[in-house]
Write a protein that binds this ligand. Structure first.
Ligand code: F6R
Length: 243
């Protein structure tokens, strides 16, 4: 695992956008796994700016989701499909045919989870997976105590994550779904390069446990220690509890 400390979120976004640009130069149709939430936005902003300036050709890039809410009506603006379309796919000018994600409105959610793992494998696997981290160390929606070998599956959100995400639902926790589909930790570890961005003091404890603590299902992000190519990019505030 490599740890890179940057000045702030913008610098982290630019650094990671640079890694994506290098990947796309080597492999124009790379499969890029994207996370949602606030943290990765500077990455997407920097990547979109680079493509707009003509520095990067992302026209053949393929995008895939990390997770999705279960039970939101199709097209709900806070579904992760709609969010990734709005924040990444459309600004990069990519057709929806280059975008894949799990079907959170499927009648058979378990079958949808299995189909997504299969689709990722058939697409050749994720080349670079962007990750954020929860204050409790979750990645994707793999909350503490998730199996480190888990595959894409349905999970119940813990109360704290629903409280954290209520800001996307008019600050009304009752609107936040209880269930999600998430790539499992084992699925995430299949990606060829994992890049986790953490910014702000609120993530400092989770970062310290991820990087310096034992590998433990109590801190799902600590599974990155098991990966042969994992990069943790942290701003100075998120790095403040590293020894
Ligand atoms: C969402 C996801 C989550 C977030 C995490 C941090 O797709 O993967 O694990 O990365 O909850 O969220 P923010 O970045 O909003 O602090």
């Amino acid at each position: 695992m490599e740890v890179v400390i940057v000045k702030d979120a913008k610098a982290g976004g630019e650094l990671i956008a640079g890694a994506i640009a290098d990947l796309l130069a080597r492999k124009p149709d790379a499969l890029l796994g994207v996370a949602t939430g606030s943290t990765p936005l500077p990455i997407y902003d920097a990547l979109i700016a680079r493509t707009g300036a003509g520095d990067v050709d992302a026209s053949r890039a393929r995008i895939c989701q990390l997770d999705e809410y279960v039970g939101l009506p199709a097209g709900h603006p806070e579904s992760y499909r709609a969010t990734v379309l709005r924040q990444v796919v459309e600004p990069l000018g990519l057709p929806e045919s280059q975008f894949m994600g799990p079907d959170g409105s499927a009648d058979d959610v378990q079958a949808a989870c299995e189909a997504y793992d299969k689709a990722l494998a058939e697409a050749g696997g994720v080349d670079l997976q962007i990750l954020g981290i929860g204050t409790d160390g979750h990645i994707g929606f793999n909350e503490p105590c998730s199996s480190l070998a888990s595959r894409t599956r349905i999970k119940t959100l813990i109360e704290q994550t629903r409280i954290d995400n209520a800001r996307f639902f008019d600050d009304d926790i009752d609107q936040v779904p209880h269930h999600v589909i998430t790539q499992g930790i084992g699925t995430i570890l299949d990606a060829r390069h994992l890049v986790l961005l953490a910014t702000g003091e609120g993530k400092a404890e989770a970062v310290a446990q991820t990087v310096e603590g034992p590998v433990s299902s109590l801190v799902p992000a600590s599974a990155l220690q098991l990966h042969r190519h994992a990069t943790v990019v942290v701003d100075e505030a998120a790095a403040s509890k590293l020894k």
